[in-house]
Each structure stands twice: as C-alpha cells, then as structure tokens.
Design a protein around this ligand. Structure first.
Ligand code: SAH
Length: 271
C-alpha cells in the first residue's frame, strides 16, 4: 500500500494520491464500465454507498480498505462534510481513493460536492461516469425514454420531500415529455397530485421500477391517478424509479409478456 513517509529518501518520488469518483451503475455488475473496473482494481481505499451492489466490491483488491458511508433517508452513517474530509485526507496520505456511488456520480449523487471539496484541497480527481438509474431502469422495462413518435424531451427530477415544495412541476410534463423521478416512491401520491394539479392527464402512464437491473427487480405499470394506490398494494419500496409519460405505456419486463393484474396496473417480475 502506498503511504507517505517521513523516512523517504530524497530521490524517492512523493507518492501522489488521488480521488476517483466512480459510477457503479444501477445494480447489475455487468453494467459497470471497463474504466470503473480498472479504477476499482487500482484502489487503496474504496468509500462506498448503500446502493452499490456487493458483487461490485469483488473487483476491489483484497488488501484495500473498504469504508461504508451508508446513506438512506433516515440514517446518515457519515455527514457529507465528513465524507468529503475523509476522501481528501486519504488522498493526501498518497492513496488512490475510489469513491464508489450507485448509478452516476453526478446524477443526484453529490459527486459535485465531493469534486468541489477535492479541488479546494488541491487533490487530483478523476471521474468515471456510470449508467444512471433512469437508463438502467428504462432498459429493464423496455421503455425508450425518447421516441420520435412520443417524446422529444426527458427530465430527471428529485422527488424526495425536501425538494417537493421548491420543484416547479409545471414545465415538466406535457405532450412529448418524459419525466423520470428519482427518490420519489415514498411521496409518489403528492407528486401525482402536483402533476395533475398542473394539468397532467389523470390517466397518464407511469412505470414504477423497483430494484431495476437486479435479480429482485419488479416493474409495475399504472397511471398517475392510481400511482399511490399501486405502490401501496405492491409494497414497492426504495430504490425505485418513476417513469412518467406516454413512453411508459409500453413498459414490459425483460422477456416477459404483460400480465394484467387489474384494469389499471400490471406487475411484472424483471427476471
Ligand atoms: N446516482 C444515482 C442516483 C442516486 S439517488 C444514479 O445515478 O442512479 C437514489 C435514487 O436513485 C433511488 O431513490 C431511486 O429512485 C434511484 N435508483 C437507484 N438505483 C436504482 C435501481 N436499481 N432501481 C430503481 N431505482 C434506483
């Protein structure tokens, strides 16, 4: 392991640490990029989140330090400031620090905050993008987020309670638009009401993808007015993504025909 040392001889180069912000993709380890695997193999320290699949950590060398920094709505294992400081301190020790995040680091991943902290400290940062949940889940449900006949715009929105009040829902739906809501399953009823209040059709199609790209994945198709009810009936929980718009009407599970559960919702196993 590379560490800085006071006993270094004058001709020995100073070990230069760095932070690599790595997107781990939406769950399926095969959706990692080759660059992500390369970064994981080079790690001295890996700092990872709750949404990172355990199989992905198999690419980390046995000797490397693994630090779980958690994060769920209720439990923050480490505060963001502490995570930033941890990354910077480890890199300043001369270590290769992989900051591994679910999906893409820059889509609702606080990668921007970690990048700012690293820059402020003068630490080198590399960025490895990942497949964000919207793309993984859309592929899982065979939904084309844009489509020449149905959607020429797609928007990613954070749907957690803290952001709901500030969010302007007016411009986000409408003909030819696809809306993808992250972190919205808990308050899906509020989101549906806000969209309907802004003029969205009550029977607008919604696909709810829970644990997308994972073996435990489930895809449910419903409409805006039945969204909260569908989530309650099926016990759908985080991580889950809402895809709202005409394109969601075509939602299907991989290799599975649609099975009608009732007139308004269909539940499908992804595998
Ligand atoms: N940086 C991540 C998003 C982090 S926010 C990315 O780019 O994907 C966390 C939210 O992402 C979850 O609440 C959920 O809405 C969504 N999400 C992440 N992984 C998911 C998965 N496998 N299936 C469904 N939704 C997922």
């Amino acid at each position: 392991m590379k560490t800085s040392s006071d006993l270094r001889s004058p001709e020995e180069p100073v070990a230069l640490g760095k932070i690599i912000l790595v997107g781990a993709g939406p769950g399926d380890p095969e959706l990692l990029t080759l660059k992500a695997v390369k970064a994981l193999r080079s790690a001295d320290v890996v700092v990872y989140d709750k949404l990172v699949s355990p199989e992905i950590l198999d690419f980390v060398p046995t000797g490397a330090e693994r630090i779980f920094v958690g994060k769920s709505r209720s439990l923050h294992t480490l505060r963001q400031d502490d995570i930033n400081a941890l990354l910077v301190n480890k890199a300043e020790e001369g270590l290769v620090v992989v900051r591994l995040k679910g999906g893409d680091p820059f889509i609702f991943g606080r990668g921007g905050e970690e990048l700012d902290a690293a820059r402020a400290a003068g630490v080198t940062v590399e960025i490895v993008p990942g497949i964000t949940a919207a793309l993984g889940c859309a592929a899982d449900a065979a939904i084309s987020l844009t489509h020449r006949d149905h959607a020429s715009a797609v928007t990613f929105v954070a749907g957690q309670r803290r952001d709901l009040g500030n969010q302007n829902w007016r411009g986000l739906h409408g003909a030819g638009r696809t809306l993808v809501v992250y972190m919205g399953v808990q308050d899906a009823g509020i989101i549906a009401d806000k969209l309907i209040g802004e003029g969205a059709a009550a029977d607008l199609a919604v696909a709810v993808i829970e644990n997308g790209t994972r073996k435990s994945g489930r895809i449910t198709r419903t409409t805006l007015d039945h969204l909260a009810e569908t989530i309650a009936i099926y016990g759908i929980a985080s991580p889950a993504l809402l895809i709202i718009g005409d394109v969601a009407a075509a939602a299907q599970a991989r290799n599975k025909p649609l099975e009608a559960v009732s007139s308004f919702h269909f539940a499908l196993a992804a595998e």
